[in-house]
Write a protein that binds this ligand. Structure first.
Ligand SMILES: Nc1ncnc2c1ncn2[C@@H]1O[C@H](COP(=O)(O)OP(=O)(O)OP(=O)(O)O)[C@@H](O)[C@H]1O
Ligand SMILES: [Mg+2]
Length: 398
């Protein structure tokens, strides 16, 4: 069991920033939030930030680009907008009226927004403007797992369309369109903001805080009520277990459930068992990563190693990278071979490597970075029987 832990203060603060209540915040130009996988981003955005913004009079459109990763992002965006329009009483009529009075053609009058963002249809900027005008409210578009749009040209185009919509709708007198982007990987989200070619160049990415001690306090209270024999539940121990499982509620629940299902001993034993279960979970996860890594072909391992080491500055085919692979393999490595290795890393199920439509790379499972750092810090990198040999080939000390 776990119960949902709300974070109203965080929702209030983010809404304040977004709506321009903090003079120094850049959030009105686009709010970029990153946090690791399974830490509660989508729930927070959908069930806490969205209602908070709605309570302040905004029309909020939430799109989860991960819900249907194979769909064209523009289509997904259009579909969600259509749904919002239809849901808002009277809006469809007003929108239709606005469209016809503007004589922009009949394509979208029937609210068939399927051509939205297409060359022959209305631009996303136009429809968002109409939507905002017809609803007479600020529009907030929340793009969950926005980095998924970057893997296709169409998605890339959707992001530029949103940027252009933002620039057209936002004047010095006020912001009509506000955008929130979330993703489980800072490196991937960075592609939206970090180069002159990026649609939201200049924005910064911030960390969406993970659930904190408040979560443990609430769970401890709830557990003490439901399982009286556990009371009083030690908050410190529970919070420690939560941290060990990477502050991911789902895995915390698995660990706790396994303990409370066992015949009751006493509170102290249960507490020790929960901590033990959390550590066991952590070890299993590390073991799975290790097996995955050791199961790869040597060149795939070395490409991954390079990626983990270089992070956002990873360039797969530059001279230094090829020198790195070459030294480790003990032979020269061609670009084609590296390409084949990357292809295989991307095509695995689930994929290990992620590539944007502009040819930038990132780890798909961001937690591999933590795993890598830990092994490195404890002198266990690279894993496997050839550690010393490989480090010697790179001229590094063991
Ligand atoms: N505030 C919360 N209190 C308790 N449980 C939560 C909370 N937020 C999320 N969870 C649980 O954690 C799990 C992950 O939540 P959610 O899908 O929101 O995370 P996410 O970061 O968006 O994950 P993903 O990276 O897979 O998109 C779900 O099982 C959800 O029920
Ligand atoms: Mg999510």
């Amino acid at each position: 069991m776990i119960i949902y832990h709300r974070r109203p203060e965080m929702a209030r603060q983010l809404a304040d920033e977004l709506l321009g209540k903090h003079l120094l915040s850049d959030a009105p130009n686009g709010l970029f939030l990153a946090a690791p996988r399974r830490t509660g981003k989508s729930n927070f955005l959908q069930f806490e930030l969205k209602p908070e913004l709605e309570a302040r009079g905004c029309l909020v459109v939430y799109v989860d680009f991960w819900s249907q990763p194979d769909r064209d992002p523009v289509e997904l965006l259009a579909e969600t907008l259509t749904y919002e329009v239809q849901k808002t009483a009277g809006l469809a009529k007003r929108l239709a009226a606005a469209l016809s009075s503007l004589k922009v053609g009949t394509v979208a009058v029937e609210l068939d927004l399927s051509k939205l963002g297409r060359p022959q249809g209305h631009s996303i900027a136009h429809v968002l403007w109409l939507l905002g005008t017809a609803a007479n409210r600020k529009i907030v578009v929340i793009l969950d797992e926005a980095q998924h749009t970057l893997t296709t040209k169409a998605g890339d185009a959707a992001m530029f369309a949103l940027k252009s919509a933002r620039d057209q709708l936002n004047t010095p007198d006020g912001h009509q369109l506000l955008l929130v982007f979330s993703g489980s990987d800072r490196d991937k989200l960075l592609r939206l903001v970090n180069s002159g070619r990026a649609p939201f160049y200049g924005s910064t990415i911030r960390h969406l805080p993970e659930l904190d001690r408040g979560f443990a306090i609430q769970q401890a209270e709830a557990m003490g009520k439901v399982y009286e024999w556990l009371a009083p539940v030690n908050v410190d121990a529970l919070f420690e277990a939560f941290q060990i499982v990477g502050r991911r509620p789902q895995f915390f629940r698995e660990v706790v459930d396994a303990v409370v299902k066992r015949p009751a001993t006493n509170a102290a034993q249960a507490q020790a068992d929960i901590l033990h279960g959390a550590r066991e979970f952590q070890r299993n996860e590390a073991r799975e990563r290790l097996q995955l890594y050791l199961g790869l072909h040597p060149l795939e391992q070395f490409v991954l190693w390079r990626m983990l080491e270089q992070g956002a500055s990873f360039r797969p085919y530059d001279a230094d990278a090829k020198d790195f692979y070459g030294k480790l393999l003990g032979e020269e490595v061609s670009t084609q071979r590296v390409q084949a290795a990357i292809k295989s890393l991307r095509e695995r199920e689930p994929p290990i490597v992620w590539k944007s439509s502009r040819g930038e790379y990132a780890m798909d499972d961001t937690q591999m970075h933590g795993w890598f750092k830990e092994l490195q810090a404890s002198g266990q990198w690279p894993p496997g029987p050839e550690r010393e040999l490989l480090l010697a080939r790179l001229g590094r000390s063991v």
